[in-house]
Design a binder for this molecule. Structure first.
Ligand code: ADP
Ligand code: MG
Length: 398
């Protein structure tokens, strides 16, 4: 595989839908009732704001998780994934209970559980998954898996649920069944994004807006640099940041840090001067929400290139104030910027995963080579670099 792998969404999708259907037949010895897709995502801007009732702005990737599925009438849930070892997982929907360490099957089983917990008439199903979303790369393969399952069940059981509702059920599944305290961004991105747009989401009231993000038309490209590392301190650090943000909100007497206006930041920081760690977390969240609003303003004004410095400022804030970057992410961002990128930042939870790089189309190859060479020179494994074409959210393919 070349270091710079451009994805052609339509070709990849058609090829996979047919293969997923075929694989379903091989696993379950019957044709599926349908095939569904849900994408991975990158977050353009708005990092760690989603558990502070703040703003986020993800876009869907052309990379999808596909599910071929049929309903069953006997209350049995069978799950199989081309990307997981261990064959078919068989469960009874009546027996589903949240439990730690449920393995990959906990994500789809959690969807069935969350739907039934919400009183929805969902029974058994046979599901086979086939994914090209890299797992554990900060591109939200987990939300793609959840949302494609939710959409398949929505259709198989004629639930008539809107995409945002499917996203909420998926978040409930991940929080309560899988046991991951994630926000609502990833699932909303997988469920609600549209082709050619970034999705603005207010995570407090779930207001959404599709913001046109026509990279190709502007001669620009958004690269994803998957560092292929995930440093261990990740999970505990997430809980720590979250608790620190909550402490900050309490100290400032607001419901969430979203309620600290950018114009009031100096007073807020002054109030927190005895707690430098919390102070820095607050500074990141408040400036990050402001950056989301500024990115939207610049995109609305047709100034796509002008978002570059905001991306880079977001990276500095995550590195210096939120302290969740790592050597590989900093190297990717610094090298890309030095090689002429318009802007770059780490994206996702941090301590590894992926960075995004906004580049002039003409510079994409040189920036990719510069980053790859820098990784080699530093003794890191080669990153995986690909183009993020703003793509569609979850949908039925067959
Ligand atoms: P991310 O969502 O950033 O990719 P997570 O750790 O949240 O990382 O989720 C990755 C996990 O989701 C995998 O370890 C696996 O359990 C599950 N998963 C995602 N996609 C698939 C798939 N296609 N097949 C089986 N399991 C998957
Ligand atoms: Mg995830």
């Amino acid at each position: 595989m070349s270091a710079h792998e451009a994805v052609t969404p339509t070709a990849a999708r058609e090829h996979s839908a047919a293969r997923t259907e075929e694989d379903f037949r091989a696993v379950y010895a019957a044709a599926p009732a349908g095939v569904w897709a849900a994408p991975g995502r990158v977050n353009l801007i708005g990092e760690h704001t989603d558990y502070n009732d703040g703003f986020v702005m993800p876009l869907a990737l052309p990379h999808t998780t596909l599910a071929a599925a049929s309903a069953r009438t006997d209350g049995v849930l069978r799950l199989h994934s081309g990307g997981a070892d261990g064959g078919v997982v068989e469960l009874r929907v009546d027996d589903l209970r949240p439990a730690p360490d449920g393995g990959w099957a906990a994500y789809p089983a959690g969807i069935v559980w969350a739907m039934r917990e919400a009183g929805l008439p969902v029974g058994g199903a046979d599901l086979h998954y086939d994914s090209v979303v890299p797992t554990g790369a900060g591109l939200s393969s987990s939300a793609a898996l959840e949302v494609v399952t939710a959409l398949a069940l929505n259709d198989l059981y004629a639930l008539g649920l809107a995409p945002q509702r499917l996203a909420q059920l998926a978040q409930r599944a991940e929080n309560a069944f899988v046991g991951v305290p994630c926000g609502i961004m990833d699932q909303t991105a997988a469920a609600c994004c549209t082709d050619g747009h970034a999705l603005f989401l207010d995570t407090r009231d779930l207001t959404r807006r599709q913001v046109p993000f026509d990279l190709a038309g502007e001669g620009l490209r958004l690269l994803v640099v998957d560092t292929r590392v995930k440093h261990e301190l990740g999970d505990g650090a997430y809980a720590e940041r979250r608790a620190g943000c909550e402490r900050g909100a309490r100290a400032l007497g607001v419901r969430a840090l979203r309620d600290v206006p950018y114009a009031h930041l100096p007073e807020a920081l002054e109030k927190l001067s005895g707690e430098p760690v919390v102070q820095a977390l607050v500074r990141h969240i408040v400036t990050e929400n402001q950056r989301v609003e500024e990115v939207i303003a610049r995109l609305d004004a047709g100034r796509t290139r002008a978002i570059g410095p905001l991306l880079s400022a977001g990276h500095a804030s995550l590195r210096d104030d939120f302290k969740i970057s790592c050597a590989e992410l900093d190297l990717a961002v610094d090298t890309a910027n030095a090689a002429g990128a318009v802007g770059a930042r780490m994206t996702g939870g941090g301590f590894g995963g992926s960075a995004i790089v906004l580049v002039e189309e003409a510079d994409a190859a040189a920036v990719t080579t510069a980053v790859t060479d820098a990784f080699t020179a530093a003794g890191h494994a080669a990153p995986r670099v690909f183009t993020a074409v703003p793509s569609a959210g979850a949908r039925r393919l067959k």
